[in-house]
Design a protein around this ligand. Structure first.
Ligand code: IMP
Ligand code: MG
Length: 173
Protein backbone atom coordinates (compact mmCIF):
# COMPACT_ATOMS: atom_id res chain seq x y z
CA UNK A 1 0.00 0.00 0.00
CA UNK A 2 1.64 3.25 -1.06
CA UNK A 3 0.66 6.90 -1.12
CA UNK A 4 -0.20 8.17 -4.59
CA UNK A 5 -1.19 11.73 -3.66
CA UNK A 6 -0.48 13.42 -0.36
CA UNK A 7 -2.85 15.90 1.23
CA UNK A 8 -0.48 18.70 0.18
CA UNK A 9 -0.61 17.45 -3.42
CA UNK A 10 -4.40 17.34 -3.31
CA UNK A 11 -4.70 20.79 -1.70
CA UNK A 12 -2.37 22.35 -4.30
CA UNK A 13 -4.22 20.74 -7.20
CA UNK A 14 -7.58 21.80 -5.74
CA UNK A 15 -6.41 25.44 -5.68
CA UNK A 16 -5.22 25.18 -9.29
CA UNK A 17 -8.52 23.69 -10.44
CA UNK A 18 -10.50 26.30 -8.53
CA UNK A 19 -8.57 29.14 -10.18
CA UNK A 20 -9.20 27.63 -13.62
CA UNK A 21 -12.91 27.09 -12.93
CA UNK A 22 -13.31 30.57 -11.43
CA UNK A 23 -11.79 32.02 -14.62
CA UNK A 24 -13.96 29.89 -16.90
CA UNK A 25 -17.22 30.79 -15.07
CA UNK A 26 -16.35 34.41 -14.34
CA UNK A 27 -19.51 36.55 -13.99
CA UNK A 28 -21.73 33.46 -14.26
CA UNK A 29 -23.69 31.62 -11.64
CA UNK A 30 -22.77 27.99 -11.17
CA UNK A 31 -24.53 24.98 -9.66
CA UNK A 32 -22.28 22.23 -8.37
CA UNK A 33 -23.83 18.75 -8.37
CA UNK A 34 -21.86 16.60 -5.95
CA UNK A 35 -22.13 12.83 -6.41
CA UNK A 36 -22.38 10.98 -3.11
CA UNK A 37 -20.78 9.48 -1.35
CA UNK A 38 -17.31 9.58 -2.89
CA UNK A 39 -17.10 13.28 -3.71
CA UNK A 40 -18.20 14.72 -0.35
CA UNK A 41 -14.72 15.75 0.82
CA UNK A 42 -13.61 17.14 -2.53
CA UNK A 43 -16.90 19.02 -2.95
CA UNK A 44 -16.39 20.70 0.43
CA UNK A 45 -12.83 21.65 -0.50
CA UNK A 46 -13.58 22.87 -4.02
CA UNK A 47 -16.57 25.04 -3.05
CA UNK A 48 -14.37 26.85 -0.50
CA UNK A 49 -11.49 27.12 -2.98
CA UNK A 50 -13.87 28.56 -5.59
CA UNK A 51 -15.07 31.17 -3.10
CA UNK A 52 -11.48 32.10 -2.29
CA UNK A 53 -10.71 32.26 -6.03
CA UNK A 54 -13.48 34.86 -6.39
CA UNK A 55 -16.33 32.67 -7.66
CA UNK A 56 -19.05 33.34 -5.09
CA UNK A 57 -22.27 32.93 -7.11
CA UNK A 58 -22.20 29.19 -6.47
CA UNK A 59 -24.92 26.78 -5.32
CA UNK A 60 -24.53 23.13 -4.47
CA UNK A 61 -26.83 20.15 -4.75
CA UNK A 62 -26.34 16.42 -4.29
CA UNK A 63 -27.19 13.13 -5.99
CA UNK A 64 -26.56 9.68 -4.61
CA UNK A 65 -25.88 6.90 -7.08
CA UNK A 66 -25.90 3.24 -6.12
CA UNK A 67 -22.95 1.02 -6.77
CA UNK A 68 -23.39 -2.69 -6.31
CA UNK A 69 -22.10 -6.03 -7.52
CA UNK A 70 -18.74 -7.60 -6.89
CA UNK A 71 -16.29 -5.71 -4.70
CA UNK A 72 -13.97 -3.34 -6.48
CA UNK A 73 -15.83 -3.72 -9.77
CA UNK A 74 -17.80 -0.72 -10.99
CA UNK A 75 -21.46 -1.37 -11.67
CA UNK A 76 -22.47 -1.27 -15.31
CA UNK A 77 -25.98 -0.33 -14.24
CA UNK A 78 -25.77 2.34 -11.56
CA UNK A 79 -29.09 3.61 -10.19
CA UNK A 80 -30.20 6.99 -8.88
CA UNK A 81 -30.89 6.72 -5.13
CA UNK A 82 -31.53 10.42 -4.58
CA UNK A 83 -31.91 13.29 -7.02
CA UNK A 84 -31.10 17.00 -7.06
CA UNK A 85 -33.74 19.37 -5.70
CA UNK A 86 -32.64 22.68 -7.30
CA UNK A 87 -34.18 23.55 -10.69
CA UNK A 88 -31.45 23.36 -13.34
CA UNK A 89 -33.21 24.88 -16.37
CA UNK A 90 -30.82 27.29 -18.16
CA UNK A 91 -28.25 26.98 -15.34
CA UNK A 92 -24.56 26.19 -15.67
CA UNK A 93 -23.90 22.80 -14.04
CA UNK A 94 -20.62 21.33 -12.85
CA UNK A 95 -20.91 17.67 -11.83
CA UNK A 96 -18.34 16.62 -9.23
CA UNK A 97 -17.29 13.03 -8.67
CA UNK A 98 -14.42 11.27 -6.98
CA UNK A 99 -13.29 9.23 -9.96
CA UNK A 100 -14.09 8.69 -13.63
CA UNK A 101 -13.55 4.98 -14.08
CA UNK A 102 -15.68 2.98 -16.55
CA UNK A 103 -17.82 6.08 -17.12
CA UNK A 104 -21.18 4.41 -16.40
CA UNK A 105 -21.96 6.58 -13.36
CA UNK A 106 -21.23 9.96 -14.91
CA UNK A 107 -22.89 8.95 -18.19
CA UNK A 108 -26.08 8.22 -16.24
CA UNK A 109 -25.85 11.45 -14.21
CA UNK A 110 -25.13 13.63 -17.24
CA UNK A 111 -28.02 12.17 -19.28
CA UNK A 112 -30.33 12.53 -16.32
CA UNK A 113 -29.48 16.19 -15.67
CA UNK A 114 -29.64 17.06 -19.38
CA UNK A 115 -33.38 16.32 -19.24
CA UNK A 116 -33.80 19.61 -17.34
CA UNK A 117 -32.20 21.57 -20.22
CA UNK A 118 -29.44 23.34 -18.32
CA UNK A 119 -27.37 26.00 -20.12
CA UNK A 120 -24.26 23.80 -19.88
CA UNK A 121 -22.94 20.70 -18.13
CA UNK A 122 -19.29 20.02 -17.36
CA UNK A 123 -17.54 17.31 -15.34
CA UNK A 124 -14.99 17.71 -12.55
CA UNK A 125 -13.31 14.65 -11.03
CA UNK A 126 -10.50 14.19 -8.56
CA UNK A 127 -9.16 11.17 -10.43
CA UNK A 128 -9.36 9.83 -13.97
CA UNK A 129 -8.56 6.22 -14.89
CA UNK A 130 -8.73 6.45 -18.70
CA UNK A 131 -7.57 2.86 -19.21
CA UNK A 132 -10.73 1.57 -17.51
CA UNK A 133 -13.19 3.52 -19.66
CA UNK A 134 -16.10 1.54 -21.16
CA UNK A 135 -18.18 4.55 -22.23
CA UNK A 136 -16.44 7.36 -24.11
CA UNK A 137 -16.66 10.20 -21.65
CA UNK A 138 -14.29 13.09 -21.08
CA UNK A 139 -13.94 15.06 -17.85
CA UNK A 140 -13.49 18.81 -18.35
CA UNK A 141 -11.46 19.19 -15.16
CA UNK A 142 -9.28 16.40 -13.73
CA UNK A 143 -7.26 16.46 -10.53
CA UNK A 144 -4.93 13.59 -11.37
CA UNK A 145 -4.79 11.01 -14.18
CA UNK A 146 -3.95 7.52 -12.95
CA UNK A 147 -1.96 5.18 -15.16
CA UNK A 148 -3.07 1.55 -15.15
CA UNK A 149 -5.95 0.37 -13.02
CA UNK A 150 -4.93 0.33 -9.36
CA UNK A 151 -7.65 0.30 -6.70
CA UNK A 152 -7.36 3.59 -4.86
CA UNK A 153 -8.70 4.66 -1.49
CA UNK A 154 -8.89 7.79 0.64
CA UNK A 155 -10.06 11.39 0.23
CA UNK A 156 -13.65 10.20 -0.06
CA UNK A 157 -12.95 6.99 -1.97
CA UNK A 158 -13.78 3.80 -0.11
CA UNK A 159 -13.09 0.11 -0.04
CA UNK A 160 -16.32 -1.52 1.12
CA UNK A 161 -17.31 1.76 2.82
CA UNK A 162 -14.05 2.13 4.74
CA UNK A 163 -11.10 4.46 4.25
CA UNK A 164 -12.96 7.54 3.04
CA UNK A 165 -11.49 9.69 5.84
CA UNK A 166 -7.84 9.18 4.88
CA UNK A 167 -6.66 12.65 3.78
CA UNK A 168 -4.25 11.05 1.31
CA UNK A 169 -5.04 8.90 -1.73
CA UNK A 170 -3.40 5.49 -1.52
CA UNK A 171 -2.95 2.53 -3.85
CA UNK A 172 -4.75 -0.42 -2.24
CA UNK A 173 -4.15 -2.99 -4.95
P1 IMP B 1 -17.56 4.42 -12.94
O1 IMP B 1 -16.94 3.06 -13.18
O2 IMP B 1 -16.92 5.48 -13.77
O3 IMP B 1 -19.05 4.36 -13.10
O4 IMP B 1 -17.25 4.79 -11.42
C1 IMP B 1 -18.17 4.41 -10.44
C2 IMP B 1 -17.71 4.58 -9.07
O5 IMP B 1 -16.83 3.48 -8.78
C3 IMP B 1 -16.91 5.81 -8.69
O6 IMP B 1 -17.70 6.93 -8.44
C4 IMP B 1 -16.27 5.31 -7.41
O7 IMP B 1 -17.18 5.44 -6.34
C5 IMP B 1 -16.05 3.83 -7.69
N1 IMP B 1 -14.65 3.55 -8.00
C6 IMP B 1 -14.10 3.33 -9.20
N2 IMP B 1 -12.78 3.08 -9.07
C7 IMP B 1 -12.51 3.17 -7.74
C8 IMP B 1 -11.31 3.03 -6.96
O8 IMP B 1 -10.20 2.76 -7.45
N3 IMP B 1 -11.45 3.19 -5.61
C9 IMP B 1 -12.64 3.47 -5.01
N4 IMP B 1 -13.78 3.62 -5.71
C10 IMP B 1 -13.70 3.47 -7.06
MG1 MG C 1 -18.55 6.98 -5.87
Amino acid sequence: MNILYTKEHIAKRTQELAKQIATDYKNQSLILVSILKGSFLFSADIIRALHEAGLTDVSIDFMQISSYGAKQISSKEPKIISDVTLPLFRKHILIIDDILDTGHTLHLVKNHLEQQNPASIKLLVVLDKPEKREIPLHADYVGFTIQGAPWVEGYGLDTNELGRGNPEIIDKS
